[in-house]
Design a protein around this ligand. Structure first.
Ligand SMILES: [Zn+2]
Length: 139
């Protein structure tokens, strides 16, 4: 739905390399990489404009290279892991939703090397092709 450097909300240092994936509420979110869960929030219920920027449910996973993956806008009570859990790649960690600064259900996915610095992420099997808005990952 929104690529890197997206004009809507992917233009800050912390979100420049974020991707938004169109997902219905309640769809399963699988970990892109394994790691340790370092933060979970799932008590928020509302969605709306920028005033809800800090009110999105989320899971944050610390990878072994020190980067952190943020899975954001999850369903109310839609987090299925706990802080401290070790998770593996592909494990279901939560349910997608529409909480926080969000106009329709989607997953905001971003990898950061510091809390305020996003970094590019690449999908294995996608062979370096550019992920275009409106297209699906894969073949
Ligand atoms: Zn986003």
């Amino acid at each position: 739905m929104q690529p890197w450097n997206g004009k809507l909300s992917h233009f800050t240092r912390e979100s420049k390399y974020a991707l938004d994936f169109d997902m219905p509420e309640g769809d399963t979110i699988c970990a892109a990489r394994g790691g340790i869960v370092i933060r979970t929030i799932d008590h928020f219920t509302e969605n709306g404009g920028k005033e809800l920027k800090d009110k999105a449910n989320q899971v944050v996973v610390l990878h072994d290279d020190g980067t952190m993956a943020f899975y954001v806008h999850l369903l109310h009570r839609g987090v299925l892991v706990e802080a401290g859990d070790t998770i593996r790649k592909g494990q279901i960690i939560g349910l997608s939703g529409n909480t926080g600064y969000s106009t329709k259900p989607h997953l905001h996915f971003v990898v950061r090397e510091a809390p305020d610095k996003s970094v590019p992420m690449y999908f294995k099997g996608y062979q370096g092709r550019i992920l275009k808005k409106g297209r699906k990952v894969g073949y």
